[in-house]
Ligand binder design. Structure first.
Ligand SMILES: [Zn+2]
Length: 499
């Protein structure tokens, strides 16, 4: 297939990270393939555009602030959530006392069961106890007693032993992705197929893995300091964090066998739109988000307190398959693929696009998903200057945050961190800038099983790529998660190209 767009960008980042402070590590493998937007010309053009849009920005920001849809979900700490939960339960208790159907014993038991399945025993117990029927219901009392027993049997999981795995958009049609064109190598190295992902989930679930969030591992206190979180799970369960990078369905991936956008279906579920080879558009489980949602629906105990995963988002091609970047509106400084998109879609309505993306993001957050910045332009934060990162982050705040909500998390593009393994210090200009913009959770890419740093100021975690490259060259490094031979998609061309 002939590609319209830029070639695959494959960066091997020789990292200076040391793992766990002991053994020197490894080559850090970048896992993103996309055109990164950081050449000088684009930069200055963008700066001009920014200046031209300064006024507009003012009013946009005001609108954003007033829009309740933009409340940050990702920044909610478990403590805040608990408080919200309690308030919701209180409200419910009041409602229940005057509404015989919703206070139905069976309904309450079912609700409590769902919370307990996701290890929120305290929540389950309070759903039951806060209802006036509790005093006279044997079943509710029995259930509450059983949940208390389960809660008491939970053990605190060591936070430093929590792994973090990540993916890119999944390959739906392997014959389109592996069609011999210039993008094939990158897809083979850095992507995972739908069938591989599904098998990984099943195996990890069977082993006792449970999805948690960095927001469970560390919490921000009212005074701005950070404290260690507490993850309580039944003996044998293994918490882990999952993230997916670059969920923008970039233009360059068009026609290569990937989903094209996330949408809300008639049941209110998040699904993917996917264009089949014959041109028909179907809706279904074609990427990480809907596949994981369906899996958790079937296996609620795969999720801790309703957690799903984190999406690391850039902005230059929009988000979630919606072309929401300012360039699509101003039509200035457009890249060739963006121009081609607008030409092919003469009815494109920017405001509608933004509205639709917001709706999807809101539904996802409600359903346990979180968003992180991956920088606006997929910038390498190690090699960029603090000033460049500032310019870039302003664009994220302007064009991405209004849609996804503010976030306190950065998942570094290319895994390229702003400091070495020893940690961030106050003389680190990049860190100080990001901190001043509310970022407190930082993730790089690290091949070791665990890399967790929690200080009184920030949280930091390394992530492991579960992609073709890692599976092919280092299957042994994934043995704690699954046996590569059990998940490997035989339609991958081999050998997987070296980086
Ligand atoms: Zn990336």
């Amino acid at each position: 297939m002939k590609k319209k767009i830029v070639g695959v960008l494959t960066t091997v980042l020789a990292a200076s990270l040391l793992v766990g402070g002991n053994h020197p590590v490894t080559v850090q493998v970048d896992n993103m393939i996309s055109g990164t937007q950081d050449d000088e010309d684009t930069q200055s053009d963008e700066a001009e555009a920014d200046a031209a849009e300064a006024e507009e920005e003012q009013s946009e920001e005001a609108k954003v602030a007033a829009d309740p849809e933009d409340q940050p979900a990702a920044t909610e700490t478990p403590k805040e959530e608990k408080k919200a939960e309690k308030e919701a339960q209180k409200r419910e208790a009041v409602e229940n006392s005057s509404d015989s159907t919703s206070s139905d014993e069976k309904t309450l038991l079912k609700k409590a069961k769902k919370l307990a399945q996701q290890y929120d025993y305290t929540g389950a117990i309070s759903v039951l106890k806060n209802n006036w029927k509790f005093a006279t219901s044997d079943k509710m009392q029995e259930a509450a007693a059983a949940y208390m027993k389960k809660r008491d049997a939970c053990v605190e999981y060591p936070l430093e032993n929590i792994t973090h795995v990540f993916f890119h958009s999944l390959i739906v049609n392997t014959s389109l992705a592996f069609d011999g064109d210039s993008d094939e190598a990158g897809y083979n190295q850095m992507m995972t197929t739908v069938s591989e992902f599904k098998k990984m989930l099943q195996i990890m679930y069977d082993k006792g893995y449970v999805l948690v969030s960095p927001h469970d591992m560390a919490v921000i206190n009212d005074d701005g300091t950070m404290s260690r979180g507490k993850i309580m799970l039944p003996e044998g369960k293994i918490p882990f964090v999952l993230s997916e990078d670059d969920v923008s369905y970039y233009h360059y991936m068009d026609g290569d066998g990937f989903a094209t956008k996330l949408v809300i279906d008639d049941n209110g579920d998040i699904k993917c739109e996917y264009k089949k080879a014959d041109g028909t558009v179907v809706t279904g489980d074609y990427d990480v988000v809907p596949i994981l949602d369906s899996f958790v629906k079937e296996h609620p105990d795969f999720s801790y307190h309703g957690r799903k995963g984190i999406l690391a988002m850039t902005g230059y091609n929009g988000v979630l398959g919606y072309r929401t970047d300012g360039a699509y509106k101003t039509k200035k400084n457009l890249q060739d693929d963006q121009k081609a998109f607008l030409k092919a879609n003469p009815d494109f309505d920017y405001d509608k696009e933004v509205k639709a993306a917001k709706k999807v993001a809101k539904a996802m957050k409600k359903d346990g998903w979180e968003f992180a910045s991956h920088t606006w332009g997929h910038r390498n934060a190690t090699s960029s200057t603090a000033a460049e990162l500032k310019t870039d982050n302003k664009k994220w705040e302007k064009y991405v945050a209004p849609i996804l909500g503010k976030t306190d998390m950065i998942i570094f593009a290319f895994g390229a961190d702003i400091g070495d393994w020893e940690g961030y210090t106050s003389d680190n200009e990049k860190y100080e800038y990001y901190k001043s913009r509310g970022y407190r959770y930082f993730c790089n890419v690290d091949s070791s099983q665990y890399f967790v740093q929690i200080t009184s100021e920030y949280f930091r975690q390394g992530r492991r790529n579960l992609d073709g490259y890692r599976m092919y060259y280092n299957p042994d490094m994934l043995s704690d998660l699954f046996d590569v031979s059990e998940v490997w998609d035989s339609s991958r061309p081999t050998p997987v190209p070296e980086m």
